[in-house]
Design a protein around this ligand. Structure first.
Ligand code: GDP
Ligand code: MG
Length: 756
């Protein structure tokens, strides 16, 4: 028979890390609250009969957030056989607040004091024996990250499941409160046909006293007037409301327990984290620092380290190959000519000491030619698959570098600060910083970002977050950014970072604009967030996250993008001649060219009426990498690849910088890929809202790209055209929507006036 152990603890206490280490699964470890909204389960690594359940992180069992309700209902209704309560040892007072509540549920609890590596390093001392006696449950010291004590914690929890006596907490509140609680318990009866589980009476009594509505529904009160009288008496005595009385009692208990069991080495010094935060979350410095950090992240991933590795992959592996030795003297063309695929050997070049290793396109082309494969198949493989996929896969190194940076920023605790910093800006407009967490997650991939929006309780804010999350450039948009930045702008320093900030600007302005419409107006819930202490990122965690994300990208290239490039190849290289389907000489005669040309007028005001750009934008709806894959095919990546960056040259020849930047902006902001649209649909649970989201994004993108192109042209050529006039008119409308006063702000001022 299987038993279930639930992992419960505050956000960021290390539950997911412990869960991964216990089950051997790879759940996403995120250094901010709200990542685990759903509960996740897995079997214990060395005992498959034991199910471990990773609950969302919670601070208490009150019904104040979705996470708390999910966790609480699970504990009450499913009654796991034991609770493994993870307590962050570096923040023990606050974490024990939840522990005191878990102990009242009548379910065996084992407390695992985590981050013990940090506790030891600080020199603090925890008396486990004493703590165990004072709480009335087993206590173990663990480090989920280092793996110490993890096995013991699992064993202790397993042992606890076998105990028959209902556990009860060893601590007590003040005599007055205890008396009050027993009078409340006396007035409480289970609902007909149900029973209050053994050992859970105290929990219900406390909740009944607090007046927690969702719990009150579960019991029958024999004398409601008597209950009210008991509560009123207590409230008068303590001069406080019932809920605060209980909260105070808990903290009084905890203070006594901590005083007895925990020796802090240095009493109340300002921690290093607080010192760092004084600078990083400083009112004036916070935003410039954030901009600088993200600038460096994108600059380094796209322009420097990333570009070196991508050049290597693009020019070498998927390009013309590598020349070893004799650089500058070898007759490169001659070496290519002389290459003999039958022997597979690299040929010394005419100068005698150069060595050439062929890249995949020429290898494939020559190999297929040698094998006598028919022309169309060779074209499919070389121009379609190698050309399309190669163009995309060449960006894996850049993506990997970006993912490493994101994982480091997240793990060390900086990302959580960004949400906090953005809250200060957002709040001015009635938005909550909580909306920013999904957006930060979306920097990796939009889909988990959209899913993280579940942590937002306010429905309007959640919808608005779903609409704006995919504005942030995700990993899949990176190749598009890198291609445009490299091909058209010669890797200029500002291009890649500007794409990120365009996303942020789109989010902020959309947030402000939407909040002022009746659809989304209203106050936002206050945003309370624990800022985790800074710590050095764990190399394994960072690598795991970057490898996982990059691997997901490679897998995507092998499936959905592969299918897309085959389709693009087919549609572009076949066309109708005299009513017959034939392979065309010139891609401009293919089916895709016709389709592209028929919609290109839509993009003409944005500066890219070229059918290839129109087609790339449309294929980008399937997956954003397709934009690059499609360019790879349509601009003959594989054909010209023998001289490395030539595709970049032919791309550059087809676009002016302004048109290319407009193309980039449109592709970054417009409707996201199908997977993300699907996620929006799931989270909205409504087609109309999904349609609204996607249309809004596309209109917004169109407007932004229009501004880039039209104003860009005005500034560079000085010609004021009809297009400029139309853009100007739209800009006025946009600015009006952005800066008009908030309706609800008016309303609250009015109600205040009326109250006076
Ligand atoms: P959750 O929100 O409770 O699921 O917490 P996570 O498992 O996502 O961990 C939050 C952060 O704490 C991550 O950055 C972990 O790497 C880090 N962490 C977890 N356990 C330990 C530990 O034992 N020692 C240290 N130093 N860090 C830890
Ligand atoms: Mg977690």
């Amino acid at each position: 028979m299987s038993v279930t152990i639930a992992l419960a603890g505050n956000p960021n206490s290390g539950k997911t890390t412990l869960f991964n280490s216990l089950t051997g699964l790879n759940q996403f470890v995120g250094n901010w609250p709200g990542v685990t909204v759903e509960k996740k389960e897995g079997a214990l690594k060395d005992n498959k009969d034991v199910i471990v359940m990773d609950l969302p992180g919670i601070y208490s069992l009150s019904p104040y957030s979705l996470e708390e309700v999910v966790a609480r209902n699970y504990l009450l209704d499913e009654r796991p056989d034991a609770i493994l309560n993870i307590v962050d040892g570096t923040n023990i007072e606050r974490n024990l607040y939840l522990t005191t509540q878990l102990l009242e549920l009548g379910i065996p609890v084992v407390v695992a004091v985590n981050m013990i590596d940090l506790v030891d390093k600080k020199g603090d001392v925890l008396d486990v024996e004493k703590l165990s006696r004072r709480l009335g449950c087993d206590v173990v010291r663990i480090s989920a990250l280092k793996g110490t004590g993890v096995r013991e914690a699992a064993e202790k929890a397993l042992e606890a499941t076998r105990r028959t006596a209902a556990p009860s907490p060893a601590f007590a509140f003040s005599n007055t409160t205890e008396r009050t609680l027993s009078s409340v318990a006396g007035l409480m009866k289970p609902k007909p046909g149900q029973e209050i589980p053994k050992g859970q009476k105290r929990f219900f009594a406390v909740k009944l006293f607090e007046g927690d509505e969702k719990i009150v529904e579960r019991v029958v009160v024999s004398d409601a007037a008597a209950l009210a009288a008991v509560r009123e008496k207590a409230e008068r005595e303590f001069d406080d409301d019932a809920e605060s009385i209980i909260t105070n009692e808990r903290y009084t208990c905890i203070a006594a327990i901590v005083e007895e069991c925990f020796r802090k080495k240095s009493a109340s010094r300002v921690s290093a984290s607080d010192k760092i935060d004084r600078v990083i979350t400083n009112k004036w410095l916070a935003f410039p620092l954030f901009a600088l950090v993200m600038f460096l992240v994108y600059y380094v991933s796209v322009t420097t380290v990333g570009a070196w590795s991508t050049d290597w992959a693009n020019d070498g592996l998927f390009g013309g190959g590598w020349r070893l030795f004799g650089i500058g003297t070898a007759d490169y063309e001659a070496a290519v000519e002389a290459f003999d695929p039958t022997s597979g050997a690299a040929e010394p070049d005419s100068a005698g000491f150069g060595l050439w290793i062929p890249g995949i396109p020429s290898l494939a082309d020559n190999g297929l030619q040698w094998a006598g494969v028919s022309g169309w198949l060779r074209s499919l493989i070389v121009d379609g698959i190698v050309g399309g996929l190669g163009a995309v896969l060449g960006f894996v190194p850049q993506m990997f570098v970006l993912f490493i940076f994101l994982a480091i920023l997240e793990d060390c605790g900086y990302m959580a600060r960004i949400a906090f910093i953005m809250d200060r800006i957002f709040r001015k407009f009635g938005l909550s910083g909580k909306s920013f967490i999904p957006i930060l997650i979306g920097t990796g991939c939009g889909v988990p970002g959209l899913m993280a929006s579940r942590a937002i309780e306010n429905d309007r804010d959640r919808k608005m977050t779903l609409i704006t999350t995919t504005f942030i450039p995700c990993g899949a948009k990176l190749p598009v950014i890198a291609l445009i930045s490299g091909a058209i702008f010669g890797g200029e320093w500002w291009v890649a970072p500007s794409a990120y900030f365009a996303g942020i600007a789109a989010i902020i302005s959309s947030g402000v604009l939407l909040k002022k419409t009746w659809l989304f107006s209203g106050e936002s819930a206050p945003f309370v967030m624990e800022l985790p202490a800074y710590h050095l990122p764990a190399a394994t965690g960072v690598l795991r996250s970057a490898v996982q994300r990059s691997w997901a990208f490679v897998k995507k290239a092998g499936t959905i993008i592969l299918l897309s490039v085959v389709a693009v190849w087919f549609l572009s290289s076949f066309g109708f001649e005299d009513g017959k389907l034939v392979q065309v000489e010139d891609l401009g005669d293919g089916i895709l060219a016709h389709v592209g040309r028929s919609v290109a007028w839509v993009f003409a005001p944005l500066g890219f009426e070229d059918w290839k750009a129109a087609v790339a934008t449309i294929t980008g709806l399937v997956a954003k990498e397709n934009v690059v894959g499609t360019f790879g095919i349509l601009y003959g990546f594989a054909e010209v690849a023998e001289d490395g960056a030539e595709i970049w040259g032919s791309l550059a020849a087809s676009f002016t910088p302004i048109a290319a930047y407009s193309l980039l902006i449109f592709n970054l902001l417009c409707a996201p890929c199908f997977a993300a649209i699907g996620a929006i649909r799931r989270e909205m649970n409504n087609w109309k809202w999904t349609l609204f989201a996607v249309s809004y994004q596309t209109f917004f993108a169109y407007f932004a790209a229009l501004c880039v192109y039209q104003y860009g042209m005005l500034l560079t050529t000085g010609i004021f055209s009809e297009g400029t006039a139309a853009t100007l008119a739209l800009t006025v409308v946009f600015l009006f929507l952005l800066f008009r006063p908030r309706k609800d702000a008016f309303r609250s001022v009015k109600t205040k006036l009326e109250a006076v």
